[in-house]
Design a protein around this ligand. Structure first.
Ligand SMILES: Cc1cc2nc3c(=O)[nH]c(=O)nc-3n(C[C@H](O)[C@H](O)[C@H](O)COP(=O)(O)OP(=O)(O)OC[C@H]3O[C@@H](n4cnc5c(N)ncnc54)[C@H](O)[C@@H]3O)c2cc1C
Length: 225
């Protein structure tokens, strides 16, 4: 899996701070971006994050290139409705060679990995035969497994990133999408460390676990209230 931040709002934390300060200022955002000091930016950012006044976080957006995740994971990812996605088409792009993700639980056992590899490679082989026989990629792809890799571009604003990280970094989320959002968080932290520090599992922010069972990072809500 490769995740890289390819574009983002210039000075994202300043853009958010100026928008937040604007609500209570007698001057406009264009003057505020010139006047706000780094200390003021940090204070404003931490204030909007902790107070829950998250709409101003929508002023900063981040675009990522994501390569080599499975279609099983991309299917989970694109459920997030307040993000934008462009995904490599299996209709217009056919696979020249097998490219797939092996879950670590399978990779850890040589015998099981062999079963997995054989099944996936057989599917890819039959896929190629259909393509060579003239079947369009859009129909041949029905044979391909969930393990097949994909590429996509993904844009989220900082508010949506906070929401998605809160549930996809949770140990209840599947390993591959968790790994994806750990990488997303690392990329954001490099250019916007205050926003990056707010990309947390929901239990870290809440102080308790609101699921039915806790993994142990935080106690269940009913055990502390
Ligand atoms: C651990 C885990 C297990 C899951 N298991 C399943 C499963 O078994 N089956 C399944 O189908 N899905 C499953 N999902 C996906 C889940 O149901 C959601 O589809 C996914 O989390 C995206 O929706 P969202 O509300 O979190 O946020 P987004 O779509 O990212 O939207 C962000 C926020 O915007 C607001 N919003 C967005 N759209 C609307 C709207 N139409 N109306 C009102 N408010 C809106 C909400 O506040 C929402 O939280 C799972 C997710 C997780 C994290």
């Amino acid at each position: 899996m490769r995740v890289s931040l390819i574009r983002y709002t210039p000075e994202p934390e300043l853009a958010i701070a100026a928008a937040a300060r604007l609500c209570y200022a007698e001057i406009g955002a264009s003057q505020l971006v010139e006047k706000l000091t780094p200390t003021q930016v940090e204070r404003l950012l931490r204030q909007v994050i902790s107070s829950g006044h998250h709409s101003v976080l929508e002023h900063a957006s981040f675009t990522f290139a994501v390569d080599g995740i499975s279609r099983a994971t991309s299917h989970q990812l694109v459920r997030h409705r307040l993000a934008s996605f462009s995904q490599q088409s299996q209709r217009y792009v056919s696979y020249k060679s097998p490219d797939y993700v092996v879950p670590p639980t399978v990779a850890a056992d040589a015998d099981l990995k062999q079963i997995f590899d054989q099944a996936v490679l057989a599917a890819f082989e039959q896929y190629r035969k259909l393509i060579e026989a003239g079947i369009l990629a859009e129909d041949a792809r029905y044979l391909l497994p969930n393990a097949t890799t994909t590429r996509l571009a993904m844009t989220m604003n900082a508010r949506e990133l906070m929401h998605v990280c809160s549930i996809r970094l949770c140990t209840r989320a599947q390993w591959e999408i968790r790994e994806l959002f750990e990488r997303v968080r690392d990329e954001v932290t490099k250019v916007a460390p205050i926003i990056g520090s707010a990309l947390q599992i929901k239990c870290i922010t809440l102080g308790y676990c609101d699921e039915r069972e806790t993994c142990g990072i935080r106690p269940l809500r009913e055990d502390i209230l």
